[in-house]
Each structure stands twice: as structure tokens, then as C-alpha cells.
Design a binder for this molecule. Sequence first.
Ligand code: 9WN
Length: 452
Amino acid sequence: MDRLAAEAIGVLRANDRGTWTRPSPRLYPHQWSWDAAFVAIGWAHFAPERALAELRSLFRGQWADGMVPQIVFDGSVALGAYEPRHRTWATAGLCPPGVATSGICQPPVHAIALHRIRAIAAARCDGTVAAVEAAIAELYPRLASWHRWLHTARDPDGSGLVTVFHPWESGLDNSPRWDEALAAVAVDENAAGPRPDLVHVADPAQRPTDDEYRRYHTLVRSLVDLGYDPSAAHRAHPFRLADVLFTAVLAAADDALADLAVVAGRPDAVDGHRVDADLARRGLDACWHPDRCACLDRDLVADRWVRADTVAGFAPLIAGCDRDRREALAARLAGPSFAGAPGLRWAVPPSTAVDDPAFDPCSYWRGPTWPVITWLLWWALDRDGCHGLAEALRTSAVAQLRAGGCAEYAHPITGEPLGSTAQSWTAAVALDWLDAGTAEERTTAARAADGT
Ligand code: 9WN
């Protein structure tokens, strides 16, 4: 077996908790929402039933209003192993009985994952597709209520854009995108907590700062005080950002959900999902800045655009957009601020543009390259027929993983693996890329045999 595939399978098996997967052995001991979606894609390549269990397990934590929480806590993990712990979130009475969750969400990659798991199963030709389709029928209503919640509770004005109430909701926690909005939050000095995360990385500089954590805790406390009521939060919460990357994932996931609706025996629901996807894309259109060739987030508290130059600017590539915009964005992605920056170890996009003043190659979402983000861009480019750039990204990303293993993120210039080692979602995308590579090689070989 391919050495990277063996390593990736080993990572998933080592992080396996039976029906769900820890994002990493020590740093992240519970189940995370968007990690679960990526991880399920990884499992689908060698244990399809286990892939479905991952998603079922996550959806056990879904709230009655449709929200899928960022974390489903494992009650058997030592208190204090991860902070903030469940009690800090004060979600009892909001989470389903018997399940402990946080009170915020993460990008909705789940329908995209289920769609891909079906494609993986179909390609295996071993009959597993029937089990996947049964799971789609079972999970479809949950996915539909999750998307409905995002389109209403998080977009009450019908702008098409999703509002996030915490940097953790974006999934790109300490991205410079959030700096100004976070700096404007009045810190609640009682809201600080311990930092067990710092013990699990080689250098604390790879993680958010204590000041950022004080603000993260302050925002959690504010949401608790507001009773997690979205209307109250839209009025009074001090951090409200229209997040273009989150919105783009939702648009792409709405499209995936439209296809899943057919499989689930709900063809009547298809048009509604397509309408939702188009609304999200129109929201992104309103955030498009041609002079920057990027989509910008909107700070709804300060009523201004967020000017940091980050991978989030490529949101239309993920959502789907017209050809001119796609080509402009693809050129920028491959260009000198991102994957084509001079001196990069591997031609994959850093999380923040190398010429942005906030670029920091070691710190988490402020510069390092993240395989899952590269995967999203690769997946979208491939979906929309940009096979050349997609394949170039995939090849570089696989080379990076072969050299550095399944780390959480990597230093874009030295290639040094950073953050947690043995990160589940990195292992998952490695497996998906290796499989896609085999398919690509098959197509190339077939073309060569045909003389085409
Ligand atoms: C907070 C699990 C998660 C990812 C996020 C990533 C990081 C958590 C943390 O780890 O966030 O949610 O403690 O730093 O930023 O995207 O889902 O892998």
C-alpha cells in the first residue's frame, strides 16, 4: 500500500472513538462539526459504514432548531483536557437530552461530504452505495433543517450571507479577518480560562494568543447571556460578521443537498435548495471587490468591509461563479500572493496572502497552509472544470503531505509541519487526494491508449 495512504489510515484508526473521530489525539479530544464531515470522506475510502457512523454521530448533537454544534463533547474525557469545557457553554436544555455540545456552529461541509461519500461508494462498485443511499434518506431531513436554520437564524434579512457570532464559527479562528472586530470587543476579565491547547504544540506561537483567547471567552459569555437567541444576538452581540467563506461553503452545500434530496425521495425539495444556493451566491456578489479580485467579509457591528487579504477572498470559487470571475480568481490563487508566491516550499495557498501585513508563517490561520482549505479549493476547481489548476494543487498538496505527514497545518516557506501531528481531517483529505490521483492516472492512461 502507498506509504501516505497507510499513514493516513493509521491516523484515522488511532483517533477513532468507535462512532466518531477525534480531530487529533490530544489537542482536540471531542468531536468537531466540520472536521467530522471531512473525516467521513476519509473513512469512506476504506470503511464506508464507519463514514456514515461519523455523520450520524455528529447529528446526534443537532439542536431542535436545526443548529449543528461546533463540538459534541465526549463525557469520558478528563475535565480540563480541552477548554472551554462543556459547562462553560451552559447549553443544557438546548442540546438534545443525553448529549453535551457547545453553543456555536461551524461551516456546513456535511452535505458536500455525504455527496462525495456517495460518489466514492458508487465508484467502488461493491454494493455499498445502497447503504450510503439509506443513510442519505435518513440524514436528509436533518441536513435540510440545518441549512434552513443557517438561511434564517443566521440571515434574518435574506441577504444571502451567513453571520458568524464567534471566530470559532468561521473555522479560521485567528485569521486576520477577525482582528479589528475582535479588538473592538470589550473584554470581560472574568471570562478568561486555562490554555491546555498550548501544551500540545511545539511552540505556543503556533496557537492564538492569550489576548485572543480572552476575547473568545468573552464572546462565549455574551452568547450565554443572550440565551443563544439568534434575534437577540443579531441586536446585541458584540461580534457579528457576514462571513464570505462560510457563505460559500453553504452555497456549495445547498447544491449538494439538492442532489441528495433526489436520492432521499424528495425531488419536490430540489428547487428550494437551488434557490437558497443562488441567494447565497448573490450575497457573495454583493461582497465582491473587483479592485481586490476578492470577496470581503462585512463587519456588521462597525458597518465596514474587512480588508485582510486571506484565502476567504476565494469564496466565489467554492460557491461557484461565472467564468470570468473564476478565471480571475484562479489566476490570483496561482499567483504571487498565494500558491505562486516566490519561495514557498509547496505551491499550495497560505491561509493569509504573503504580502498582507498580518502574514505570519507560523501562527495558525495567519499564514500556514491548511490541507483542508486546499482540498475545498481543489474540489471546487475540479467541479467547475478547472482541472489544470486543480491537479497542480493536488500534486503539490500530496507532495507536502508525503514530506511532512498528516499535520494540522504547515509553514508555507519551510514546509515544516505545525500544530497537531496526526490530524484526522488532514489524513482524510490525503486519502481523497490519493484516490483522485489514481482516477486521474487511469484517465490519462486511457487517453494515451486511445491516442487522444
Ligand atoms: C476551536 C478542530 C478545530 C477545527 C478548527 C480549528 C481548531 C478549535 C481550537 O480546531 O479550532 O474550534 O481549539 O483551536 O481552527 O477549524 O475545526 O480541528
